[in-house]
Design a protein around this ligand. Structure first.
Ligand SMILES: [Zn+2]
Length: 300
């Protein structure tokens, strides 16, 4: 695990985090001129590279598994878990890249850790994974799934690999992470399309009221009191966008990369009428209708 007490590392991390927050705040408020947008995308790419290199430096003594475009580092006692994670990632990564129009040789770094190590990195103990500036951190499958035969298959069904790979893909496609609700919506939508999995728990239904569009699209998404509901609404809104036409979600990401803010990108892709409907609340739920082309082909 990284050494968080190293003052140089801490200062550098603060600086890149501050730059990322400033870039996100600016793009949230203002459309960026193409040259500025290109500079912001370049800055985000640098932050990703910096973070990844720092992690690789910190993990240089850790064992790892190498795949054509994936490297899976793991805590020394988690070799079996790493193999399960590596197989799951290998199985889905090329499809995720293709769906987001990214080159098939795009590299990814994954790190498989214990619950204590993940909590140390992410700061909370209730998550199965985390994506941060080009690196995917994953809780070992054996830490949350019962032992026994079929662990690999069960991990494929409920593990967060596709979700976290999608965070990496939309970060790359948009030249920086898109707004939180769309980022989490895309990760869930892609996960549902590829594995059929949807995160669900009590309180995620729409029966007892929903968050307003303003609340849902706030940068404080993660501070909403009912995160299960917020995630489900983000999924519904994102699905409505992706289903509005061929390549619609990729066009939104490309427009964000070009310097549009999210409102402009949505206006350009789905139009003002559909955007107004979205603002009143998308009610789509996974499974309510068949997914066109879910088995093969690019993102609709
Ligand atoms: Zn996520």
């Amino acid at each position: 695990m990284r050494d968080m007490s190293n003052p140089v590392w801490t200062a550098a991390r603060r600086l890149t985090a501050m730059l990322a927050v400033m870039a996100a705040a600016l793009s949230f408020l203002l459309p960026l001129r193409p040259a500025v947008a290109a500079a912001a995308a370049e800055s985000n790419a640098l932050a990703r590279t910096f973070e990844r290199e720092q992690v690789l430096l910190a993990l240089r003594a850790w064992p790892h598994l190498s795949y054509p475009n994936l490297t899976v580092y793991y805590a020394p006692h988690l070799a079996r878990d790493a193999a399960i994670v590596g197989a799951a990632a290998q199985q889905s990564y090329s499809r995720v890249l293709a769906d987001f129009g990214l080159p098939p040789n795009t590299p990814a770094v994954l790190v498989v850790v214990s619950a204590a190590q993940l909590a140390q990195h992410v700061g909370v103990s209730s998550t199965l994974g985390d994506y941060y500036d080009g690196v995917i951190w994953l809780l070992a499958p054996s830490a949350f799934l019962p032992p026994g035969p079929g662990l690999r298959a069960r991990y494929d069904q409920v593990g967060p690999v596709v979700h976290e790979l999608t965070h990496l893909a939309d970060d790359l496609a948009a030249g920086g992470l898109p707004p939180v609700w769309f980022d989490e919506g895309l990760a869930q939508y892609e996960d549902w399309r590829l594995t059929g999995y949807v995160w669900s728990q009590s309180g995620s239904g729409f029966e007892d009221g929903t968050y307003s569009w303003r609340q849902l699209t706030s940068p404080n998404f993660y501070q909403l009191s009912n995160l299960a509901l917020a995630f489900r609404q983000a999924l519904a809104a994102t699905a409505a966008i992706c289903r509005s036409g061929p390549g619609a979600c990729n066009r939104v990401l490309a427009d964000l990369r070009s310097g549009m803010n999210m409102d402009q990108a949505l206006q350009a892709t789905i139009g003002p009428t559909a955007l107004h409907a979205l603002e009143r609340g998308a009610a789509w739920r996974p499974g309510e209708e068949p997914e066109p082309g879910a088995a093969a082909g690019p993102r609709p």
